[in-house]
Design a protein around this ligand. Structure first.
Ligand code: SAM
Length: 268
């Protein structure tokens, strides 16, 4: 480019929109502005993933999901509602074969219909948390919990080595024998804290032969509320190291997650 043209561009103003990926990271506060924090507190560092990484095996890739038997509503409204066979079984419809075509409402992960205005911010007693800046309706998909898919054996190994000094844990059960590890690579869902009276819950949906782990609103969530789900999944570490819960709800059980039954070092 001729040098004088560069100078012209620098001096001129033009509206532009950031690419969707960068815009998403900007609105989460991962770049530029960031939810309120003292200057001494560092931004959490992690690699943001757009899909899970399968560390020890190849992902299943089933291209075709059996079509449901829904009929597209003749008035053009959304199809594949509550009585869609795929929806009832927690399968997303295949965009190529769903009879409702563009009217299908059962492709939320595929279409990335996540909450638009989530923000990572520093809480008082729970470290970083995730909140919504807008009202959320009951049943809405908020975000997807992504990370590295590893076996329980690798998870235990990582806990003994890589994560030995970790105070925060970012694991979620994926399927039998496997865990989503969002410690160093994941999505904003890794910042969702535990509550004994949560406003969100986890649902696992099947999409092209693999699971998508979604965080859904369990009730109406007003703007500026922190998001929580119940970490009722696995026990990490031993009884002595079990973490005290600061969810602040009247139903608080005192500890995060399930109470360990015995005092060995174990996962699950
Ligand atoms: C998945 S991370 C959530 C994000 C984390 N707060 C952070 O700063 O990155 C889980 C960790 O957050 C903290 N945490 C989550 N819920 C909590 C709660 N109700 N009370 C106290 N700490 C909590 C615990 O240290 C837990 O191991």
């Amino acid at each position: 480019m001729p040098i004088h043209h560069g100078a012209l561009l620098i001096d001129s103003y033009a509206d532009f929109q950031l690419p969707p990926d960068i815009m998403e990271e900007y609105s989460l506060g991962l770049i530029g502005k960031f939810g309120a924090r003292p200057t001494s507190v560092k931004k959490p560092i992690f690699t943001r993933l757009r899909s899970n990484i399968f560390v020890e095996r190849k992902p299943n890739r089933t291209e075709h999901q059996a079509p449901c038997q829904c009929v597209p509503p003749p008035d053009g409204s959304q199809g594949c509602g509550e009585d869609c066979l795929n929806r009832m079984l927690y399968y997303e419809c295949d965009p190529k074969s769903c009879p409702c075509k563009s009217q299908c409402s059962n492709q939320r992960f595929h279409r990335r219909e996540y909450a638009k205005e989530l923000q990572i911010y520093l809480t008082r007693e729970r470290g970083w948390g995730l909140r919504t800046l807008v009202d959320i309706n009951q049943g809405d998909l908020l975000t997807e919990y992504r990370g590295e898919i590893i076996s329980h054996k690798t998870c235990e190994e990582r806990m003994r080595t890589m994560y030995i000094d970790q105070k925060n844990f970012y694991f979620l059960d994926y399927q039998k024998g496997e865990v989503v590890d969002a410690c160093s690579k994941g999505s904003e869902a890794r910042f969702i804290n535990h509550s004994c009276d949560p406003n969100c819950h986890i649902e696992k949906w099947t999409l092209k032969g693999e699971l998508a782990v979604g965080v859904f609103a369990s009730r109406h969530i007003p703007a500026n509320s922190e998001l929580f789900y119940d970490y009722n999944f696995s026990v990490f570490g031993n009884a002595e190291s079990q973490q005290i819960c600061h969810c602040g709800s009247e139903k608080c059980r005192g500890f995060i997650g399930k109470k360990p039954k015995h005092r060995s070092n174990r996962l699950v």
